[in-house]
Design a protein around this ligand. Sequence first.
Ligand code: BGC
Length: 480
Amino acid sequence: MRKIPENIKFGVASAAYQIEGGWNAADKSPSIWDTFCRKPGAILDGTNGEDTCKSYEYYKRDIEMIKFLGVQIYRFSISWPRILPEGFSNKISKVGTEYYNNLINELIANGIEPVVTIYHWDLPQKLQDLGGWANPEIAVWFEDYARVLYELFGDRVKTWITLNEPKQFGVFGYGMSRFAPGLNISGIAEYLVAKNLLLAHARAWHLYDKEFRPSQKGICGLTIATDYREGETDFPEDVITGQEAMDFEVGLYSHPIFSTEGGFPESVIRRIGQKSVEQGYPRSRLPELSKEEIEFIKGTSDFYGFNHYSTRFYTRSTYKEGTFPVPSYEDDIGGVFSLKDYKPAAIIHSTAIPAGMRKALKWVKDNCNDPEILILENGFGDLGGLEDVDRISYLADYINSMLDAIEIDKCNVTMYTVWSLMDNFEWCSGLRIKFGIFEINYDDEERTRRPKSSAFWFRHLVATRTLDHNYKAVRKELLF
Ligand code: BGC
């Protein structure tokens, strides 16, 4: 039995493209995911997010489910092309605005605090046609978009998350073909994106800080995928490889914002610089940040948004040139990884390695100036089923590890959010992989929702604020 500290708020999370559907409702324009899903072979099971959970119609049922859980917060994202069908702020959609107003108002009426992600990967296609995150102008477009949201919803939304998981949309979307837009210009595009997204985020934060915070009195920051990387063995070379993999995975985005000196991490600058020279490039493939840019980005997050799923173990001992495309982000890390003897989950990045949660939280404390940490995602992906005992043990073990980080390492964690409220469109894995604590019946036009065992388990944890390893959740048949 472990008590959960009183200051921790509990929540559940989702994202617009993964749950809303209504992909062409009213004046909404296509996002890069609408386009990407139509590419043959892009989505493993051939599905798409065009209607998915239909939350665009059934958001009230989602709120009933959140109420059932008894959590204080709901983290969701706003679809840029639903609010700004042209991508730019010249035209604000009335229907899109109304949808999010209804959602926010209904949450508040039910005593649930909205935590809003401004960008969870569904860029308007029109902006992609102009280069998307590889075009430096995106920083200005993003600031304009953020302004619209602060103006429309900032009277009621008090926690803003500018960007969800920079690495995932930069590396997987621009450096590889796993995610939209699937550019696959590896070793180049992901680093252009890294610089541009940092500047975009910083602009949105400064805007909030100067023009909106004084009256709206909220907080604004970003959330970074903070999976843990460590050496496969204790040999110094492996230990260093693990640390450098962490610098690439997380530090590339966190160091410019949270460190005292700012800018990209030293190991990332050094490794990409050296490899670029060896590869015959006239300069590093990692763009420079000017002194002004470094200062402008530094300190631009009121909290550390922490998404965490798993750990990977790195070594250089078996790494060979040619293991990965040259140049590429992975080749720049210059190591190979394994899961040691942990049992791989149905989706590998949610493999249960609970000790990594504590290590990652401690890494953030040590490397990011001991920030306030909001855990904005943690969850387990499987192939479905209402008696989801593996999900319950995953969540229990990770919360246990979080409590170690709080009690022993004194990490300042103030929020814990489960990914995800319900099964949804899991990006390139499609509808087949399920992260929900509620099940969705996709065969039913009304997308009936049913709580899995994990929903009952989480509800009990929230109500008692106690992690009880002996508690067995009993599932009851409920329909939402
Ligand atoms: C993303 C979610 C995704 C989840 C599970 C995170 O990378 O923010 O959108 O569904 O992980 O894979």
